[in-house]
Ligand binder design. Structure first.
Ligand SMILES: Cc1cc2nc3c(=O)[nH]c(=O)nc-3n(C[C@H](O)[C@H](O)[C@H](O)COP(=O)(O)OP(=O)(O)OC[C@H]3O[C@@H](n4cnc5c(N)ncnc54)[C@H](O)[C@@H]3O)c2cc1C
Length: 376
């Protein structure tokens, strides 16, 4: 039976679900975004592992020009002095058409918006009130418009406002006492890294991730630094903590810096309303240390789409159980990486490096640690 959906939030999760609905079903849907436009901020890079590329291929990801994406062949791990520890071959997870991909977030959003922008996306929409009416959900927006739908999908990010309308139990995201700083570097000359790969440089209470985001090899740099408080006016002194460990980073941080505090969802809670679902960061916000936030947003949209399309009975229960299983795997590894990437003690760093060198060559370990995430 044809259903009507309201998708709240036009980020990666909401837009992916909208594309799947548009291209592969007859269901009616509308995307409601609180901002007045889509954020197409250049630069911010996204890594998409094969689990998400496989899904994006179903909605025409292949049509993006090769100039605007990159396929890194591996990950090089370094200590903060830029001395290589070991490397991981990413091509082992690839097939001819499903390849680990890096790109600018704006490139992904532009692709996802293309087919839904004019007919299925409404801006400046924030929920004011919700109620049940004839077995459906009536949503009233604060501009006095409304929509009566069969299914509501909360895709409004880690601070999901949709949850506050439907859930009694609060699930406030927690500050991880760490700050993310992002910049684009045009030249890697100060650093001894490969432009074909993702570089992870691990220091005391910080780590840096650098990777190309297009054929031009513009390099996206994300630096995660542990700090108890977030003060956007204090970023220069935060960056000093990294420069003190290796002065070569001084030039790297001369460019325009953007920063934001890192949050994570502490509990994974089910929806208490059979007609309401959460996808992406609204379901669970991960730490970025496995680079799976966007990937899991895409996966969760795909899982929900399939259940709605197949008209599965008990959608709510199946969706939550399956999503919970996946989220737990990703969360465990993201949290573990967060600790391992930031050891401050030289002894712990040496032990970590020893185990990394040993384990990264073990196919069985890599298959269970990453294969289970990448080969969904
Ligand atoms: C430092 C860092 C690096 C990262 N790197 C990677 C990476 O390499 N690979 C990766 O896979 N992931 C990465 N991520 C994570 C990834 O960016 C997010 O997990 C992903 O973007 C979440 O998508 P989303 O659609 O669920 O939420 P969001 O992107 O937060 O989108 C939510 C949308 O909902 C809208 N909205 C909010 N409230 C309302 C409301 N009340 N009503 C209507 N609309 C609303 C917002 O304006 C927004 O458009 C990284 C995250 C960080 C912090």
């Amino acid at each position: 039976m044809k259903k009507k959906l309201a998708i709240i939030g036009a980020g990666i999760a909401g837009l992916t679900l909208a594309n799947l609905m548009k291209k592969k079903s007859d269901h009616e849907f509308m995307l409601y975004e609180k901002q007045e436009s889509l954020s197409l901020d250049e630069g911010y890079g996204i890594q998409l592992s094969t689990n998400s590329i496989k899904i994006l291929n179903e909605i025409g990801f292949g049509k993006i020009s090769n100039e605007r994406i990159f396929h890194p062949t591996g990950v090089d791990f370094y200590n903060i002095k830029n001395k290589k520890i070991c490397d991981l071959d990413l091509t082992q997870f690839n097939t001819d058409v499903i390849k680990y991909t890096t790109l600018q977030r704006s490139t992904l959003i532009e692709f996802l918006k293309d087919d839904v922008y004019t007919q299925h996306l409404r801006f400046g929409k924030k929920i004011k009130e919700v109620s049940e009416l004839k077995g459906k959900v009536l949503i009233k927006f604060d501009d006095n418009t409304n929509d009566l739908v069969d299914i509501v999908v909360g895709a409004d990010g880690i601070f999901s406002n949709t949850r506050s309308f439907f859930e009694k139990k609060k699930n406030e995201p927690k500050f991880k006492k760490a700050i993310a700083i992002r910049t684009i570097i045009k030249s890697k000359s100060e650093l001894n890294i490969s432009e074909e790969k993702i570089s992870i440089i691990m220091g005391k209470n910080c780590h840096l991730v650098i990777y190309p985001v297009n054929r031009n090899k513009d390099l996206n740099l994300i630096c995660i630094i542990r700090d108890k408080k977030y003060n956007p006016d204090n970023i220069k002194s935060l960056v000093e903590k990294v420069i003190r460990q290796n002065s070569n980073f001084e030039k790297v941080f001369e460019n325009d810096l953007k920063s934001w505090p890192l949050y994570f969802t502490s509990q994974i809670l089910p929806s208490t309303n059979n007609k309401v679902f959460y996808i992406g960061d609204a379901f669970n916000g991960f730490l970025p240390t496995l680079a799976q936030g966007a990937g899991q947003s895409i996966e969760s949209a795909f899982e929900l789409f399939n259940l709605v399309k197949e008209e599965s009975p008990d959608i709510q229960k199946i969706y939550f159980q399956e999503r919970l299983k996946r989220a737990k795997i990703v969360r465990k590894r993201s949290n573990f990486n967060f600790i391992a990437f930031h050891f401050s003690s030289p002894i712990l760093q040496a032990i970590r490096n020893f185990f990394m060198k040993f384990l990264i060559k073990r196919k069985s370990f890599i298959n269970s640690y990453l294969g289970t995430v990448y080969k969904n």
